[in-house]
Design a protein around this ligand. Structure first.
Ligand SMILES: Nc1ncnc2c1ncn2[C@@H]1O[C@H](COP(=O)(O)OP(=O)(O)O)[C@@H](O)[C@H]1O
Ligand SMILES: [Mg+2]
Length: 211
């Protein structure tokens, strides 16, 4: 089973709704250990995507991911703008000539996450969005290799996204603004890990119910 880019317009609206519903909480998270602007940066990027979302119907996945990445890169700002931009631009490169199914998507997403690691010079355990993104990539790749059903793989991805996001609470940050706080960052979930988890869960739920 492959998934078409015609789903993108309503998927983007679903993601936007999820972020808007949780915006107060995310703003609070970034205020506690950052500068408070993460959710506004992300909302600016999502608004820009909604404005051009009619165009995605005409594109293949590679071009659509590229366009998403470039739009986020040029509209969001903040560390997260260049990192989410990088994620999608690299996914676009990895998606060249590919249809989207669990196996191709897992490899494409892993390539995107690898680029985020390089761009941010960060790894698992540094209290960033990568603590959500890396476990999700690993789970999808393992499930695709083991021929797990699509629904099961998506449920597993949601579960590890939540566990990964929650794991940032007890971490000291070694990258990003929160790294200036040392031990004082402990006890707060990372804002980028939370928005990444919210968006991943929204995508997975959308595919489970709408495909
Ligand atoms: N080097 C990095 N690698 C991965 N993610 C990072 C890095 N630096 C920051 N982040 C993520 O970006 C989020 C902050 O985004 P945002 O508030 O939009 O940017 P800024 O920190 O410039 O204000 C953090 O919560 C964290 O998840
Ligand atoms: Mg910020």
């Amino acid at each position: 089973m492959t998934i078409s880019t015609t789903l993108l317009a309503s998927l983007i609206t679903t993601i936007q709704d999820t972020i808007n519903e949780n915006s107060d909480e995310v703003a609070e998270l970034d205020r506690a250990i950052g500068d408070g602007d993460h959710v506004v940066n992300l909302q600016r990027g999502l608004n820009a995507l909604v404005k051009i979302s009619d165009e995605f119907n005409e594109l293949n996945w590679s071009a659509a991911f590229m366009k998403i990445g470039m739009t986020l890169m040029s509209t969001m700002g903040g560390a997260s703008g260049s990192l989410f931009g990088t994620l999608f631009i690299s996914m676009g490169k990895a998606a060249k000539g590919k249809e989207l199914d669990l196996s191709t998507f897992s490899a494409i997403f892993l390539a995107g996450v690898e680029s985020v690691k390089q761009r941010g010079k960060a790894e698992l355990g540094e209290k960033t969005m990568l603590d959500t993104l890396i476990p999700v990539a690993d789970s999808l790749v393992a499930d695709a290799a083991n021929h797990v059903t699509l629904n099961e793989a998506l449920e597993n991805a949601k579960r590890v996204a939540i566990t990964g996001m929650e794991s940032t609470k007890d971490m000291i940050a070694t990258k990003g603004r929160a790294s200036f706080l040392g031990e004082r960052a402990i006890g707060h979930i990372d804002a980028g890990a939370r928005t990444s988890q919210l968006m991943i869960c929204a995508v997975m739920d959308f595919i489970i119910t709408k495909r």
